[in-house]
Design a binder for this molecule. Structure first.
Ligand SMILES: Cc1ncc(COP(=O)(O)O)c(C=O)c1O
Length: 366
């Protein structure tokens, strides 16, 4: 068996040693619940959570009280819908770049008859067309599609949405974007933004939901650690972010998160790896590339070969890439294909990985 070449960073990143070490140190030497006790261990756990929250706030240019820990982007994107449930029958704008996690919560609400949906047009390059932003009360903006790998102009889209409706609530799905470019929620001026830790090198089970004005919204979940006082018939919630963090947090995953952020900042996935693969694939027969040479990843199809067969053939040589519809039905439909093959390198990949992978693909498609 060949060595494994893992090229599926867009599904989940491998973990830097510093993340694994921080989690192991917390579990072995520092474990206690946070926000619950006064002993030295509990104080250490509180401090660890505070430090992680500060690191996330700095990473996205926000304030710590605007950072809510979730279990991932999907959790955050669903919770935003629940937090906004009091907006009466809103017009919700989505786009064909959306991952199922960003659009299905609103599609479900639409099917239940509580929201209207409108789809923002894409331009000829499959980017959200900033000149054709529709009126919306709530807008879902995918900052980078997991199939196209191109950063969207979020600030411009938000600005255009506000021109149509100054009160629009904007929700950014930054699950892919977070691994490739620095997020500046103030520059974006969005109302909510969600991403997953595991795609930037942290563990699974930890995510971030940024809320621009957390004091404006009521909690969507109830439980321990989110109230400052409870009477027989009155609840006084803690200030944000605690009021949005009912129950025990994923502490071990939070312990690793700042180290993943450091790694993501210092070792971004190299654009030259994508470019190398693009140039090799462009010369191969039957290969139709769906993405741009400067995208964060490469998506393609092979004429006359099912993507699952392709995945199995290269997988037999140790190449781990993603095939299928990637939970992104709409962009595949827009591209006129049922599914695709995706190569998404991460910080661990080398040009030699790409060379070997391209050689294997060349053999499979010839
Ligand atoms: C663009 C995008 N949004 C949301 C998600 C959902 O992320 P998670 O499964 O970590 O919640 C993904 C995962 O692939 C994604 O690529």
């Amino acid at each position: 068996m060949n060595k494994i070449i893992y090229l599926d960073a867009a599904a989940s990143s491998l973990k830097p040693d510093a993340v694994i070490d921080a989690e192991s140190d917390f579990l072995r030497n520092k474990y206690a619940n946070a926000g619950r006790g006064v002993c030295a261990r509990a104080a250490g756990a509180d401090e660890m959570v505070t430090r992680a929250r500060d690191a996330v706030a700095a990473f996205i240019n926000a304030k710590p009280q605007q950072i809510v820990f979730t279990s991932g982007a999907t959790d955050g994107l669903n919770r935003v819908r629940d937090i906004l449930k009091n907006v009466a029958h809103p017009m919700v704008a989505v786009s064909d770049l959306d991952h199922h996690s960003a659009r299905l919560p609103w599609m479900a609400a639409h099917l239940a008859g509580t929201v209207d949906l409108t789809v923002m047009p894409l331009d000829s390059q499959y980017n959200i067309d900033v000149t054709k932003i529709p009126y919306a009360d709530i807008m879902v903006i995918t900052a980078m599609s997991n199939v196209m790998g191109v950063a969207q102009n979020v600030a411009e889209i938000v600005r255009a949405a506000r021109e149509k409706n100054p009160n629009v609530v904007t929700i950014v799905d930054a699950a892919q974007y977070a691994a490739h470019a620095s997020i500046d929620v103030r520059a974006w001026d969005c109302d909510f933004m969600c991403f997953s830790g595991h795609k930037i090198g942290a563990d699974t089970g930890i995510g971030v939901m940024y809320i621009k004005n957390p004091e404006k919204y009521a909690p969507d979940k109830f439980g321990g650690g989110m109230v400052s006082r409870v009477m027989t018939d009155e609840i006084i919630f803690s200030p944000a972010p605690e009021k949005f963090e009912a129950g025990t947090l994923p502490l071990t995953q939070i312990a690793g998160l700042p180290f993943a952020i450091d790694n993501a900042k210092s070792r971004p996935a190299a654009a030259d790896l994508v470019k190398y693969m693009y140039d090799r694939l462009a010369k191969m027969p039957r290969v139709r590339i769906l993405t741009q040479p400067d995208a964060a990843l490469i998506s393609f199809i092979v004429d006359g070969m099912h993507v699952l067969d392709f995945g199995a053939l290269v997988g037999a040589h140790g190449v781990c890439l993603r095939v299928g519809n990637m939970c992104a039905t709409w962009i595949h439909r827009a591209l006129g294909v049922d599914g695709s093959i995706r190569i998404s390198p991460g910080f661990w990949n080398t040009i030699e990985d790409m060379r070997q992978t391209a050689d294997i693909i060349e053999n499979v498609v010839k």
